[in-house]
Design a binder for this molecule. Structure first.
Ligand SMILES: [Cu+2]
Length: 138
């Protein structure tokens, strides 16, 4: 009997500990001319002990959301769409100008400084992570 309890505890422990907690810190977006694609920046903090892989996003205020990176292509900075953005366990990933960012495409309304952009990011396990970007003057 004791052996069974030990075995069950052994099996359950990794599952119970694989708990992903993602904190969204200082989410903001620079104001853009009406109708133009916008960018979302923030710091993602994973306080869990399993990596979180963000794979998709959606917003009622935009027609399309993509996760982007910037790469140096022979001296020219270019944006590149990522299939996933991984936040390792117990680490932070910074989304900032010139680096990782959320591409907010096909705006449905004009958003000005002080407005809020509501976004849901999905990870590869189907968990939804809510983000509110505050629009700031450029
Ligand atoms: Cu981009």
């Amino acid at each position: 009997m004791r052996r069974w309890i030990a075995l069950i505890a052994f099996i359950c422990l990794p599952i119970a500990s694989a708990h992903a907690e993602l904190n969204i810190i200082d989410a903001w977006s620079p104001e853009a001319p009406p109708g133009r694609t916008m960018a979302g920046f923030m710091t993602l903090e994973n306080t869990g002990d399993a990596p979180v892989a963000l794979v998709d996003g959606s917003s009622p205020q935009f027609g399309r959301i993509e996760i982007h990176d910037m790469i140096n292509d022979e001296g020219v900075m270019r944006m590149r769409r990522l299939d996933q953005l991984v936040v390792p366990a117990n680490e932070r990933v910074e989304l900032k100008p010139g680096s990782f960012h959320i591409m907010l495409m096909q705006p449905k309304t004009t958003l000005v400084a002080g407005d809020a952009i509501e976004l849901v990011l999905l990870d590869d396990e189907g968990n939804a992570h809510e983000v509110t970007f505050m629009v700031r003057p450029r």
